[in-house]
Unconditional design. Structure first.
Length: 407
């Protein structure tokens, strides 16, 4: 290949193993590879007719909407009536993946821009083979969200919408295998469209839902989810001030879908909820929790990895720090967690070291005890975290490990 197109394929492929801990490529690398791929395919299309056909298929397989102007041009190019040199080009059949992401210095659409919403919706409706749709910048216009229900072959989706109830209850997205859905908060007095009472997603194996209102969380926990293939579940907050589980919400939700879970991510406030994971999630191997409010975990004979999310502001309150240290002490007990082999802090190693250096936190001692117990301590890149000691390293090395930069 002329460019690293495997980077694009891996980015759009739905990860089946540990999707919530898998590292993702940076936006800079993704944009570089995409633009290089576009330039290469355009050059190949100018060689001859045979090369042009192959290059065109590769050129339109992945489409990145980087501005409202892109949406307008795509709506015209992908229309069924688009013609070039007197012949109809059915380019819309070639598109398999769509990414909607705007660079920081790019042209930003207004959420109230009807023309942008209309054009992007037209793009979505004219893609019969669309398999992946990722929109991670801002809330997707309702018109576009509803247009996605016409994507019969959609298997992976990531977007933020206020009409999730209508989308999930329509039955049109029954082929989804991976869904990351963000449900933003509503304005005061607005009726919150909570998740449907009955959701049928028979092929879904990965679900991540972010709510901003507790009413939506409670409705989700009380609803009926028919997801027999679900293996990975993440329930998180939309923001620092996002929703929190009530004392009975999380246990109720796990009783409904926990039996087949392999990975569980609870990156939201838990209100000190106690979880009986051994009975509600007997097949669980990976548990991710947040220092925002750690749940009380009893024991689990099959748990192999515990992941810790980035704390807010890198300085959890004393009560939450105590809960974190208690969890680290708990996982060292082989009678409660006989199969634990890794504790992974989902932030860079140097950030972990700065966090553990907080005076009187006791976090560093707890982490070193984890390592002493034979458990691997990792950072977000799956790299082992090692703490240096002043008595055993050269001064220059020690200074780098504890240096504060003055501006």
């Amino acid at each position: 290949m002329a460019v690293d197109e495997h980077v694009l394929r891996s980015f759009f492929a739905a990860p089946k193993d540990s999707p919530f801990t898998a590292s993702r490529i940076s936006d800079f690398q993704l944009e570089f590879v995409y633009l290089q791929s576009i330039a290469t395919m355009r050059s190949c299309a100018l060689v001859n007719r045979e090369w042009s056909d192959h290059a065109t298929r590769r050129l339109y397989a992945t489409v990145w909407v980087r501005s409202p102007t892109d949406a307008e041009l795509l709506a015209r190019t992908l229309a069924p009536t688009f013609r070039r040199s007197g012949r109809a080009l059915h380019l819309q059949k070639l598109v398999l993946n769509v990414l909607v992401r705007f660079p920081e210095d790019g042209e930003q659409p207004s959420q109230l821009s009807r023309s942008y919403a209309r054009r992007l919706a037209a793009v979505v409706r004219n893609l019969p083979n669309l398999g992946t749709f990722l929109a991670s910048d801002a809330r997707l216009p309702d018109r576009v969200s509803k247009a996605l229900t016409s994507a019969k072959r959609l298997t992976r989706g990531e977007w933020s919408t206020s009409v999730h109830k209508e989308m999930l209850s329509s039955g049109a997205l029954s082929g989804l295998k991976s869904l990351f859905l963000q449900c933003p908060g509503m304005a005061p007095g607005h009726i919150d469209p909570t998740p449907a009472v009955r959701v049928e997603l028979p092929q879904l194996h990965t679900l991540s839902v972010a709510f901003c209102r507790r009413e939506a969380l409670s409705a989700a926990a009380a609803g009926h989810w028919h997801m027999p293939a679900l293996r990975h579940l993440s329930v998180c907050r939309c923001s620092v001030l996002g929703a929190s589980f009530g004392p009975t919400d999380a246990p109720m939700l796990l009783r409904r879908v926990g039996a087949q879970l392999d990975q569980l991510d609870l990156n939201c406030a838990m209100a000190g909820t106690s979880l009986d994971l051994a009975n509600t999630c007997p097949s669980l191997r990976t548990l991710l929790v947040s220092a925002l409010s750690l749940p009380k975990v009893g024991f689990h004979p099959g748990l192999e990895l515990v992941g810790l999310h980035q704390p807010i502001g890198f300085a959890p309150p004393p009560a939450e720090m105590e809960a974190l240290i208690e969890l680290l002490e708990l996982v060292q007990q082989t009678t409660l967690f006989p199969r634990i082999h890794s504790v992974r802090y989902l932030i860079p190693a140097q950030t972990v070291k700065r966090l553990s250096a907080h005076p009187d936190s006791g976090l560093r001692a707890a982490m070193e005890a984890v390592v002493a117990a034979g458990i691997l301590l990792e950072d977000v890149g799956c790299n082992p975290i090692k703490f240096s000691h002043a008595s055993s390293v050269a001064p220059s090395d020690y200074d780098w490990d504890n240096m504060s930069i003055a501006y």
